[in-house]
Design a protein around this ligand. Structure first.
Ligand SMILES: Cc1ncc(C[n+]2csc(CCOP(=O)(O)OP(=O)(O)O)c2C)c(N)n1
Ligand code: SF4
Length: 285
């Protein structure tokens, strides 16, 4: 890595060689350089998992929450200072397993967050267990006889819950992913990108070749504003049937734009001077 790059930290990535997180990291830095996302305007929030290590390799203000709790931390930060770009880096286990309830309600409320779902269809950090998006029959440490569950299609959940920018990307195409990250962040409201990434070490089904052979780009004749068609697209999965690109897009007021108390100023700009919190403190302590 180049030491002249202000987004680099002093420590280098510790992900396994060939891990898809390396490509997501490179795409995010490319987008950040182009859009000048820095410590004056942006913050990263991550969950616990291999994906969450990204906060250690980008020189931006960050917070790594508990497993499954990246989204509630991010909504708190966004409400405290809605002028910040708040980026959420979450895993398929983090976002759809323990954090599933938070994902649903963040989509429903249309919080102005940019969510990057590092989707390797496995629990990487805990050394390879089946996740909510692993395929039926998937062999792993936690399902040695084959996964009995059907996989969740996260983008269909996002659309039906109320997210207003819903897209999928393949981590292997860094320039395209960086461009999509910028579009997602430009969108006012909840933006989520399902980023298909490899876990070279534990997921031997969803390999680079699998993604290369089975994904396709949505063409110019696809209309991402048609919700029923988008829902159908979001449910597509299979041989040569995994769509990439913006699947759904809708203009709708974000949660933050509707809150009267933060219309004029961010909460961080409101001085606490003159407010006596002693009585409140005593009542509840
Ligand atoms: C509250 C809590 N529950 C469970 C764990 C154990 N745990 C840590 S990472 C992880 C799964 C990670 O999978 P994913 O979110 O898909 O991220 P990846 O490692 O694949 O990037 C689990 C279950 C934990 N640390 N804390
Ligand atoms: S275990 Fe998988 S997801 Fe984690 S760093 Fe290694 S390759 Fe990447």
């Amino acid at each position: 890595m180049s030491s002249s790059d202000p987004l680099n930290t002093l420590c280098s990535p510790t992900w396994c060689p060939g891990c898809g997180n390396l490509a997501i990291w490179a795409a995010f830095k490319k987008a950040a350089e182009e859009k000048k996302w820095d410590n004056t305007n942006s913050v990263m929030v991550a969950g616990i998992g291999c994906h969450g290590h990204i906060v250690n390799f980008v020189n931006l203000a960050s917070f790594e929450g508990l497993h499954g709790r990246a989204i509630p931390v991010a909504t708190g930060i966004k409400l405290a200072n809605h002028k910040l770009n708040v980026f959420v880096f979450t895993g398929d286990g983090d976002c759809l397993g323990e954090g599933g309830n938070h994902f649903l309600h963040a989509c429903r409320r249309n919080h102005d967050l940019t969510i990057f779902l590092h989707d390797n269809a496995i629990y990487g950090l805990t050394t390879g267990q089946t996740s909510p998006v692993s395929p039926h029959g998937f062999l792993s440490k936690s399902t040695p006889a084959g996964n009995p569950d059907e996989p969740l299609r996260p983008l269909s959940v996002a659309i039906s819950a109320g997210a207003t920018f819903v897209a999928r990307a393949f981590a292997g195409d860094i320039p395209k992913l960086a461009k999509l990250m910028i579009s997602a962040n430009d969108h006012p409201g909840l933006a989520v990108i399902d980023i298909l990434q490899t876990c070279m070490t534990f997921n031997k089904d969803y390999t680079l070749n699998f993604y290369r052979e089975n994904t396709y780009e949505l063409g110019p004749d696809y209309d991402p504003t048609d919700k029923a068609a988008a829902l159908q697209k979001a449910l597509e999965w299979g041989e040569k049937k995994i769509p990439l690109g913006i699947i759904y897009r809708e203009e709708k007021p974000s949660f933050e734009s509707q809150i009267a108390q933060i219309k004029e100023k961010t909460l961080t700009e409101v001085s606490p001077a003159g407010r006596n919190l002693k009585d409140l403190w005593e009542k509840y302590s």
